[in-house]
Design a protein around this ligand. Structure first.
Ligand SMILES: [Zn+2]
Length: 284
């Protein structure tokens, strides 16, 4: 009986060992995600459903203020002013128009008051600065070629500066001189209808501007109206691409007119008259 009991024990142990052995299943990969687990994973495009609903905070919007309806700002009419001459003449030569063979002094020295001794370059600067203020007060934009007596730019260079400035017109301020001291009055220099350097429209508008300015000046001052001096030889006109006038305010060679042009009262009249002519030019 002893061997039987021993055999039963051995068999029992063997059975127990077989039952406890791990079942290897080579087809089951424990770390591979199953199809079921894939479904439960949150997809990239779907927001997780577990998040609480977003409650937007109340938005306090500022009241909408409608801007006043306005026309777009218009570009101001712009006047370029050249106070004629400067402290010194520039005696090199330059062509008196684009492509011209005629050479002229770059910048004449200018004249001088026979009675006052005032230099033309000083008179033209003083009046030009007053004209600037008057035109600004009337709503114009003003561009000044010079504000001091040291401005070594030739007549052609000043014209080209005016062309490039964006100005609508170019007003050059001068005073006259004559060997005859009895000659007096104001005039404006303008191109002729046949000026070979200027486009037709610039010629027409330069003539119209010159006429209106000399009439305005003489109406305001009572000076003798010498009208237009029509010329195609002036560098300061021929290089222009915008309407231009050269204002000869009066004769510094005439003692009475020289003395008048030295006074604040008469200068104020000159400036009013030129500005009236410019107003008329733009309102026609
Ligand atoms: Zn001059």
């Amino acid at each position: 009986m002893k061997w039987r009991n021993a055999l039963v024990m051995v068999l029992t142990v063997a059975l127990l060992l077989c039952a406890c052995a791990p079942v290897s299943d080579s087809t089951k990969e424990p770390h591979a995600p199953s199809a079921a687990s894939k479904v439960t994973e949150p997809s990239a495009t779907q927001p997780p459903t577990t998040e609480p609903p977003v409650t937007e905070p109340p938005v306090t919007e500022p009241p909408v203020i409608e801007p006043p309806v306005e026309d777009p700002p218009e570009k101001k009419l712009t006047v370029c002013i050249d106070a004629g001459h400067q402290r010194y003449g520039i005696f090199d030569k330059e062509p008196n128009g684009p492509g011209s063979d005629v050479m002229k002094t770059k910048l004449a020295a200018g004249t001088r008051g026979v009675s006052t001794g005032i230099a033309e370059y000083q008179l033209t600067l003083d009046v030009s600065l007053l004209l600037e203020q008057e035109l600004i007060a009337r709503g114009y934009e003003v561009i000044m070629i010079r504000r001091t007596n040291d401005c070594p730019k030739s007549n052609a260079e000043r014209a080209q500066e005016a062309n490039d400035s964006g100005a609508d017109i170019f007003v050059r301020i001068h005073a006259n001189g004559s060997e005859n001291s009895t000659v007096s009055g104001a005039l404006c220099c303008a191109p002729t209808r046949n000026n070979p350097f200027l486009p037709e429209q610039v010629i027409d508008n330069s003539i119209r501007l010159s006429r209106l300015v000399v009439d305005g000046l003489c109406d305001a001052t009572g000076a003798r109206n010498r009208g237009l001096m029509s010329t195609d030889t002036m560098t300061g006109i021929n290089w222009c691409e915008i309407p231009v006038t050269i204002v000869e305010m009066g004769f510094m060679s005439n003692p009475e007119e020289d003395e008048l042009m030295a006074t604040d009262e008469y200068r104020a009249k000159i400036v009013q008259g030129i500005a009236n002519g410019i107003d008329a030019y733009f309102s026609e």
